[in-house]
Design a protein around this ligand. Sequence first.
Ligand SMILES: Cc1cc2nc3c(=O)[nH]c(=O)nc-3n(C[C@H](O)[C@H](O)[C@H](O)COP(=O)(O)O)c2cc1C
Length: 212
Amino acid sequence: MKIIGKFAIIKEIIIFFKGGMIIVIKDLVKKNRSYRRFYENFTIERNTLEELVDLARLSASASNRQPLKYILSCGKNKNEIIFNTLAWAGYLKDWPGPIEGERPSAYIVMLNDTEITKNYWCDPGIAAQSILLGATEKGLGGCIFASVKRDELRSALKITERYEILYVLAIGKPKEQVVLETVGPEGDIKYWRDNQGVHHVPKRLLKDIILE
Ligand SMILES: Cc1cc2nc3c(=O)[nH]c(=O)nc-3n(C[C@H](O)[C@H](O)[C@H](O)COP(=O)(O)O)c2cc1C
């Protein structure tokens, strides 16, 4: 156990000091949770967002068409506009979303350029995961939003009809703990928050998702 423990520490050091040269992908995927409360006064520079989008740029794309385009936001005004178009954590019925001071420091709006193609297949999912894994590697975290008031966002950011609004990614320095749980025999997949504010996310067991 002790050796395993030391090895784990060595792995961490390698990740932090070699900038991810040795990728412990399972650790990164496990750490890459949906975070919804952040240290809002933590500044994320535009350059950081560009680095994250660069990971999406390098990712797989159906027929290599690369139709995805992005709008970056890390300033107060644009952040506020985007925040007001998002619906947070549908299962947490009595939580309307993060209070001021706990909101994301940045956003990436994911668009499809319909002049390239109208059929983007699963490109946005792959791109979103690349971006969020990159954010996690940098000690940041985020959340994918499909529940977006798209008409409001389009007019506020003056996004032309050429671009389909796909998802919004919220990014920040996480201020909450997220714990993975196992889906119980009753099959309830709803996430919940306990008295300490810890967010729990049930995941199905491997044996229940591999059919043969
Ligand atoms: C395509 C997609 C859309 C999502 N949309 C929202 C959303 O609109 N609002 C939200 O709070 N979370 C959203 N989420 C986050 C999910 O609720 C989250 O992934 C799920 O609860 C599992 O938690 P985990 O990401 O930590 O594994 C979305 C996730 C995905 C993949």
